[in-house]
Design a protein around this ligand. Structure first.
Ligand code: CU
Ligand code: ZN
Length: 239
């Protein structure tokens, strides 16, 4: 009996949660830098980016978008412009679909070691007040990065037990409409996630580039989103 209850629960979970993800690689290279995930469960949506590359990802803010096309080879330049099915101006995560490209997800913050730990948890509430809060976070040791700068550049890590304050962003947004879709004609599945070298001005730069791209600069890493399999029950619905 318990087995069937568990099985039913798993099936329900696999039906009601959809997830698309991919492993980001440096532009022009077969070098993995981490994972990005977009998931939908009932009226909540989550965007996560966990990336790290000391040499290629500079400390500071980096534009983070879904572009129109998937990646051809390792060339992030092949992914077209920001995904923009409604023909709107460039904006930012949290706004409704009339005020942003559907591919606009704002900036993600890289710390001193080129590490990014970004999570935006969104509650879709048509009657809600749009806005976001930064969820307090206590960062402790990041075991993965016990490397001296020199060793990290050489791809070698020290075993020394040293801690540092990693960059961690954890937001909770309230939005009045979904910020992305994982099925249908406006699905982000099959399109590329792109991390930029510079900061996205979120459409506030006062020039044409700002309204088109946020002036986020060159493309550092990218990957093509695909639906994730869950619990061995086969692929999620969608394309
Ligand atoms: Cu972009
Ligand atoms: Zn845009």
């Amino acid at each position: 009996m318990l087995f069937y209850v568990l099985l039913l629960t798993l099936i329900q979970l696999s039906v009601s949660t959809k997830k698309a993800s991919c492993i980001m690689k440096l532009n022009g290279e077969n070098t993995e830098v981490g994972k990005v995930t977009f998931s939908v469960h009932d009226n909540t949506q989550t965007v996560e980016a966990h990336l790290h590359n000391y040499a290629a990802i500079a400390p500071g803010l980096h534009g983070f978008h879904v572009h129109t096309l998937g990646v051809d080879g390792y060339d992030c330049g092949s992914t077209g412009g920001h995904f923009n099915p409604y023909k709107k101006y460039h904006g930012v995560l949290g706004l409704d679909k009339d005020s942003r490209h559907l591919g606009d997800f704002g900036n993600v913050l890289a710390g001193d070691r080129g590490e990014i730990n970004f999570k935006a948890h969104m509650t879709v509430d048509p009657e809600g007040k749009v806005g976001y809060t930064m969820v307090p976070h206590t960062s402790t040791c990041k075991r993965k990065y016990y490397c001296s700068k020199k060793q990290e550049l050489l791809g070698k890590c020290s075993r020394k037990n040293r801690c540092y304050q990693a960059a961690v962003e954890n937001y909770h947004y309230t939005v009045t409409s979904p910020q992305f879709e994982l099925e249908g004609e406006n699905s982000i599945v099959g399109r590329a996630v792109v991390l930029h070298a510079g900061q996205d001005d979120l459409g506030q730069g006062g020039d044409d580039g700002s309204l088109a791209t946020g002036n986020a600069g060159s493309r550092v890493a990218c990957c093509t989103l695909h639906l994730e399999y869950a619990h061995g029950f086969g692929p999620y619905h969608g394309r």
